[in-house]
Write a protein that binds this ligand. Sequence first.
Ligand code: AMP
Length: 423
Amino acid sequence: MPQIAAPRGTRDILPDEFAARRWLLDAHSAVAESFGYRGIETPIIESSELFSRGVGTDTDIVEKQMFTFDDRGGRSLTLRPEGTAGSLRAVVGAHLDQEIRPVRVHYAGPFFRAERPQAGRQHQFTQVGIECIGESSPALDAEIIEVAWQFYKALGITGIQLQVNSLGSASDRVRYRAALVAYYTPLEASLCDDCRRRLHTNPLRLLDCKRDARFVEGAPLLWDSLDRPSRDHFTAVLRDLEAAGIEAIRNDRLVRGLDYYSDTVFEFWHDVLQGAQGSLGGGGRYDGLAELLGFPATPATGYALGVERTLMVARALGTIPQAPAAADVLVCSVEPAEADAAAGIARLIRAAGTRTVLDVAERRLDRKLRGAGRIGTRVAVIVGENEVAGDSAVVRDLDGHSQQTVPIAELAATVTRILGGAS
Ligand code: AMP
């Protein structure tokens, strides 16, 4: 029978990588919480409308990349392709923003997009993100960028490039759309099919088309369509970033692939990632999204960072800490007759807070001890006939290659002492 493999575009996370991810996820929670963000979790399946209305029907994500299916009652559900729409629905739906403003939340979890799988681009991937909901201050746009910046710093990742731009307000974009249509209409015959259609539905999307990138250079600049308040907002963000010591590169063409953004948008890039893999993460302000989802107008800003791509960069830079050994102590019996005594001793050492594995295999003692070396434990506790009779066990320091016979009552303390470095 053929063996069953993981579905295309998905990956198993094996123990060494699991440890690296936990290191990253813990760092993100710790940094976000140091800024007052609190954890949330939202469903992995959402009503498809959340994304068609929130992310936008003319975006690549909604048009081509969603895993959508009907439930048994014929309702259309989608595996979430991004976390902002769900987080906003959760926070505003529960009226959290009526108690405190802004509401600061962070999240981590799996997301799904049917993109062509390649390095750094999967069907199932992981994002960490934060959302700051209920206030429109530019200081909060700068704050969320600073959270991401501190997160990369906590991981030891240097060489991050931050690109920023402003999409302005809804009325700025109406002006800009008109300018784009005027520019692209004479080129219409040379555009790809997607762009020709989007020229009439959502011309902003033409700026992030990979196929028609050659036309982008001559396109009108968004900045020229921004009114005074929008420019002031963006200027304040740039000033706050500078004050925080964060170098920002202005990219006039940065529009991001989702419809819900307004004013500040940004992306993080790193040279380690090749062009096809894209950005490390990104985000921006999305003041119009709540209304698109049927909620009262609520200003908000946030980001999402790709966990797998961030780990690729951390791996290339050598900043991932070595995965810890599975356990610190291995307990084994010399003969099967002492197996119960060994199990009791393992329980005792574990109860004292030390990670302990019990070797239950029926094999020779020297092979069990070699196994301890492979697991990476530093101490072996051996129970033989004499030890059972004497209420004791042999404690072997596998690093120092010394051993001693210790009464059971002193076992846990002895093991702790050896692990603490003072044998
Ligand atoms: P986006 O929501 O498109 O801005 O994505 C934010 C981040 O999530 C990206 O910068 C990537 O790091 C990551 N990401 C997005 N799509 C994928 C994917 N298909 N596979 C792996 N990571 C992804």
